[in-house]
Design a protein around this ligand. Structure first.
Ligand SMILES: NC(=O)C1=CN([C@@H]2O[C@H](COP(=O)(O)OP(=O)(O)OC[C@H]3O[C@@H](n4cnc5c(N)ncnc54)[C@H](OP(=O)(O)O)[C@@H]3O)[C@@H](O)[C@H]2O)C=CC1
Ligand SMILES: CC(=O)N[C@@H](CCC(=O)OP(=O)(O)O)C(=O)O
Length: 346
């Protein structure tokens, strides 16, 4: 059995990691951290874990951390992760970092969008943890930077089109809508019930959301040239789920069957990408609680644009589920272990 620590277990991705890992046959949770709930059972902080997780929350003291497990999930905010990861790596531990701290390959770009990087020497070691693109690199890595939730939905939605070179990369627009759990569990006015319910709004409009450089980094690698996109996030009055609606102009006339074939070919062996037949469109309620990314598309003949829709659960494929998928790959386990759950509906 592999001993696992979740650093930041009292957050939304932390509780989701605990839920998924408690059902994983190859691992045992040995440490969960939370400063605010130190000494309390995690199953008291999150009663859904009753009888499934029997650990007390501990303060994340670095020496105790390094002695407590073989494999670490850093489910803490960015900035915190960059200060923790070097200690874990120097102790020879494998880490999946759910924060943004090791996702951008270029330190300058990271520092433009976030803050000064205290452990930039680890950027070259980190592998971007999108298994559908980097499975082999992830398998050989000890530090995986788990992708952001919006980037996961958009990159998976566009990858087959960019690889095939059939869309004009200068015309990409992604409108994404996320459930409120994406903002984390800390108290913030913008996440209060009255601020979110019965309404729908965009935020960080005009290329100002910090996921923009992450999405552009990966799309540029797929397209083999520098790509800039228009990305607008929106906040939904839902707890979980992301739906990204992505537009791009087709470079030439294409049939729906030919494009469907492109998606089928790229994702044929992917356990967590479900390509929908032409005419079927994804929705957040059909991936809820699961590690699936559902992708559908349609061609707007009047404008010559393709419209791709990509749905994930932001806490599962957008965070904790993808992190477990990465752990499975890094440790040589069956990639679907702990993640076999069918989406919860209704
Ligand atoms: N929510 C989502 O949908 C997604 C989140 N992510 C990323 O995953 C990470 C966790 O997100 P999420 O679970 O939503 O966040 P939450 O705010 O819900 O939880 C954060 C966790 O980190 C701990 N923490 C906060 N500050 C520190 C610190 N200085 N030292 C040690 N522990 C700390 C908190 O516990 P305590 O304060 O008690 O110690 C808490 O357990 C973030 O980097 C986020 O960007 C990525 C993709 C999607
Ligand atoms: C709804 C909402 O607020 N979503 C978060 C992004 C979700 C996320 O966790 O992304 P990172 O892993 O990069 O932090 C936001 O817009 O900042």
């Amino acid at each position: 059995m592999l001993n696992i620590a979740i650093i930041g277990a009292s957050g939304y991705t932390g509780v989701e990691l605990a839920r998924l890992l408690s059902n994983h046959p190859e691992v045992r949770l040995t440490l969960v951290t939370s400063r605010q709930f130190e000494g309390q059972p995690l199953s008291q902080v999150f009663p859904n874990l009753r009888t499934k997780v029997d650990l007390l929350c501990e303060n994340p003291d670095i020496d105790r951390l390094c002695d407590s497990a073989d494999f670490y999930f850093a489910a803490v905010p960015h900035k915190t992760a960059m200060d923790l990861v070097p200690h874990l790596r120097r102790a020879g531990k494998k880490v999946v970092d759910l924060s943004a701290d090791f996702r951008l390959r270029d330190q300058t770009v990271y520092e433009q969008w976030y803050q000064p990087h205290s452990s930039a020497q680890f950027l070259s070691e980190a592998v971007y943890g999108l298994p559908e693109l980097y499975r082999d690199d992830i398998a050989g890595s000890s530090l995986v930077a788990n992708p952001g939730c919006y980037p996961t939905s958009i990159i998976l939605g566009l990858a087959p089109l960019l690889k095939a070179g059939i869309i004009d990369p200068e015309t990409i627009i992604a409108d994404s809508k996320s459930g409120t759990s994406g903002a984390g569990r800390s108290a913030q006015i913008g996440s209060l019930f009255c601020e979110v319910t019965d309404g729908f709004r965009a935020y960080k409009v005009g290329g100002t959301h910090r996921h923009t450089p992450e999405i552009e980094q990966e799309l540029s690698l797929l397209g083999g040239r520098d790509i800039r996109i228009s990305f607008t996030p929106h906040l939904l009055p839902l707890s979980r789920g992301i739906l990204s609606t992505i537009y791009a102009r087709l470079q030439s006339d294409q049939t729906e069957d030919a494009i469907h074939q492109l998606y089928q070919t790229m994702y044929a062996d992917e356990p967590f990408v479900r390509v929908l037949p032409p005419g079927n469109l994804p929705a957040t309620q059909y991936v809820r609680g699961s590690n699936f990314c559902d992708i559908g598309f349609t061609i707007d003949r009047r404008t010559g644009r393709i419209i791709v829709l990509s749905a994930i659960d932001n806490i599962v494929k957008g965070a904790a589920g993808q992190a477990v998928q990465n752990m499975n790959i890094m440790c040589g386990f069956d990639e679907t272990k702990g993640l076999e759950v069918v989406p919860l509906f209704p």
